[in-house]
Design a protein around this ligand. Sequence first.
Ligand code: HEM
Length: 347
Amino acid sequence: MVERISDAASASRTVDLSKTLLSLTASIICKIAFGRNHLVEPERRIDVLRTSGEARAVLGSFCFEDHFGWVGSIVDKVTGLSSKLQGVFVELDSFYGVLIQDHLDKEKEEEDPEDFIDVLLRMSEDRSGSVHVSRDHVKAVLMNIFIGATDTSAATLVWAMTALKKNLGVMSKAQREVRSSVGNKGFVDEDDLLGLPYLKAVVKETLRLYPPAPLLVPRETTQRCILSGYEIRPTKTPVYINAQAIGRDGECWESAEEFWPERFLGSNVDFRGQSFELMPFGGGRRVCPGVGLAAVTLELALADLLYSFDWELAEGMEEEDDVDIEAMPGLTMHKKIPLCLRPKIKN
Ligand code: HEM
């Protein structure tokens, strides 16, 4: 990422951060979960970024079948949602099929580290336990991870840069912290994160105001329950949790609409599912299992963007107020207009 942005900086070009950061997070997940970066060898694969974008769009659409059963399924056929869903998922299914076959075919050396697919395949070979992991289970987990991890992390980074560009005082405070803490080493690594409390607060503040999954993931009740005195009787009642409204609730947060990371300095409020006023990763047994990886990815990528570059407005933008904060509707909250900024290599 840094090389690509450096090239743009040398040529005084504008960078579309929405695109650059999506390909960064997709590459990270491909390397960690699938063993290598499949985005750099598109000739054998589907265009993963395009297809996952389409998957995101159909998943974010209103599905009548979910709410009105078989009658709804007819409406979904008429609106074309069913065939879009089918098309996208057939394509992604074949991508995961190729990844699995690659892992089955590869000659394994003793010292080769296992990636996520190796672990899932090893589990699927083990038939001694009570739960059998089938090939479809493996594909479903890969689907969850790829779509759940890349999009959300990229959207958070774009919102963080948007908020910083609109709040220049916060941007320069975070930049001063990163640059003085990391020094002249030339890059930021994981060990540096311990010395960056303000940057961590910036990430928390971004997740508070712009949780990338504003309604978390839709769930349904498994039994009758009572919530704030209301009885939710039929099982399988859909449940939506509005994490964005919770994050902006004036009863929990002082100056709730303000981007003010200082509120987290010296505070125990965290996003790992224990603080009910900050729930961007959900909570309980179905809390996002990727929260640890997400936190490190967000902090490292943001620290690198601030350490290596100064960021100027793109041509045609006069002042910080021109950076808009309008969001697109959908399962993941993306910025409606891509964030385009001009990087300058730091002196
Ligand atoms: C900023 C980044 C991320 C955000 C905001 C986020 C948010 C969420 C949320 C809200 C849920 C649903 C939790 C619930 O229903 O209570 C979820 C589930 C999930 N996330 Fe994440 N996530 C992020 C990154 C990641 C990463 C990096 C991974 C994988 C490496 C990941 C993998 C998953 C999976 C597999 C699930 C489904 C868990 C289940 O259904 O039990 N996520 N995530």
